[in-house]
Design a binder for this molecule. Structure first.
Ligand SMILES: C[S@@+](CC[C@H](N)C(=O)[O-])C[C@H]1O[C@@H](n2cnc3c(N)ncnc32)[C@H](O)[C@@H]1O
Length: 313
């Protein structure tokens, strides 16, 4: 295995799922805003991410910095079982995905569509009786279904209805990469040394110590009443949760952690909206330009700002 100038394995892992709110396009902006000692030493001693989602930031940091210890959290159990399968059984996962890929790609569109809905129905019907608590071999199959659905569904996003069912329709792609063997192997290397939790963000509290770097990317506050963009999971995230998060931020600040938080900027739509400015008034609030493709109508796809809030300079 190649080593870089910091004598560690070269890591090339990228998110293995496309996730709502994925941060890939903003990474270089976040990178410039990391704590200066991290930029200088290229090392993060302890990393905590309470809303990991697809993990764009986590994988980016692993590609560019030497992270000694990481603790990842998300409330979405389907997401977390998939992370854990990548961590524990990536070879079996690759086998299952490559089987699915072979079956799927050789079919014409009409049959692909039937196959997609068959897997989606099966995935949803298994949900109620599924054991999400104790790691077992059934997790491998479920993780392979989630990756398959994610790679072949319309817009490639994971979305659940109130009952927790995956409800995205079929997407037409010529040759979707269902089994990205190299990436899953890279992801596995990164995850071996990581602790992953299916839990509310508040549970990450005890892993945050003086000097820990914490990146927080909670579900967006909807830009408008019609935006359905906070439905990552059936739990949702309302203004009360945002306030609870601000209290958490303050507590972690008192512990001496370095905190970076991103969110949508309500001022994009309502210039007088001071929600986050009030909540995080004590901290450094920046507005950085971002292009977001959330709104369904083309008119809503303009340049907008994204909030970055830090407790350090
Ligand atoms: C904006 S997304 C994170 C996206 C991620 N930064 C990425 O690049 O893919 C927010 C995540 O928070 C999770 N979430 C929602 N409520 C939560 C809670 N109370 N505690 C922990 N995670 C939660 C959602 O499941 C979702 O994965």
């Amino acid at each position: 295995m190649k080593k870089d100038s910091f004598s560690r394995e070269v890591i090339n892992a990228k998110p293995f799922l496309k996730w709502a709110g994925g941060k890939t396009q903003l990474l270089s902006e976040y990178n410039k805003r990391l704590p200066s000692h991290i930029i200088q030493n290229r090392t993060i001693k302890r990393y905590v991410e309470p809303f990991v989602g697809g993990g764009a930031m986590f994988f980016f940091l692993n590609r560019n910095y030497n992270i000694k210890e990481s603790f990842l959290f998300d409330i979405n159990k389907e997401l977390i079982i998939t992370f854990k399968v990548c961590q524990n059984d990536h070879r079996e996962l690759i086998d299952k995905l490559s089987e699915i890929e072979k079956t799927y790609l050789k079919e014409p569109e009409e049959n692909r569509k039937k196959f997609y809905y068959k897997v989606r129905d099966l995935y949803n019907s298994q949900m109620n009786a599924f054991n999400y608590r104790d790691y077992n071999s059934e997790w491998i199959e479920r993780a392979s279904y989630l990756i398959f659905l994610n790679k072949t569904c319309f817009n490639g996003l994971f979305r659940q209805n109130k009952k927790g069912e995956f409800n995205v329709p079929f997407g037409k792609y010529e040759r979707p990469k269902i089994c990205d063997k190299n990436n899953i192997s890279q992801v596995n290397k990164v995850l071996r040394a990581v602790e992953i939790f299916n839990a509310d963000f508040t549970k990450s509290r005890k892993y945050v110590k003086r000097g820990t770097f914490v990146y927080l990317d909670p579900p967006y506050r909807p830009l408008s009443d019609t935006s359905s963009f906070t439905s990552y999971s059936k739990e949702g995230f309302n203004d009360e949760d945002q306030k609870k998060l601000a209290i958490f931020f303050e507590k972690m600040d008192k512990k001496g952690a370095y905190l970076m938080l991103s969110n949508s900027d309500p001022k994009n739509e309502y210039p007088e909206d001071e929600f986050f400015d009030k909540l995080y008034g004590k901290y450094k609030i920046e507005r950085i330009p971002a292009r977001r493709y959330i709104n369904r109508d083309a008119a809503g796809r303009g340049d907008i700002n994204e909030l970055v809030i830090r407790n350090y300079m």
